[in-house]
Design a protein around this ligand. Sequence first.
Ligand code: SAM
Length: 108
Amino acid sequence: MTSREKNFDRLARPYRLLEHIAFGPLLEQARFRHLDRLKGRQRILLLGEGDGRVLARVCALAPLATIDCLDLSSAMLNRAQARLSPADRTRVRFRQEDARTADLAPGT
Ligand SMILES: C[S@@+](CC[C@H](N)C(=O)[O-])C[C@H]1O[C@@H](n2cnc3c(N)ncnc32)[C@H](O)[C@@H]1O
């Protein structure tokens, strides 16, 4: 486990609270600002997803999409997974990988 991965594993649980203390609602607003552009898409790739708030929103916006959700931290990915319904979970591939070296299929 790399130190970066460990750091984000430790942050996964308090991340939302720390974010709110630091930025109030601003980061959450920015996070969702342009997501509507993904409405109805079929293939979606999320890099450095974090705790799954974007993933949950994207699942709702694109109910037919298959989604690759990539993050270095297993704790973040676990939290992201826990946000989804069992049905949505079946169309998300959770990948604990480094975005800098991940094998990303053409078209994603
Ligand atoms: C500060 S959090 C932000 C999460 C999310 N993008 C959000 O807006 O809430 C950064 C996330 O990126 C992940 N991350 C950092 N470097 C990464 C890398 N090289 N490859 C994949 N994920 C990475 C971390 O594990 C963490 O979940």
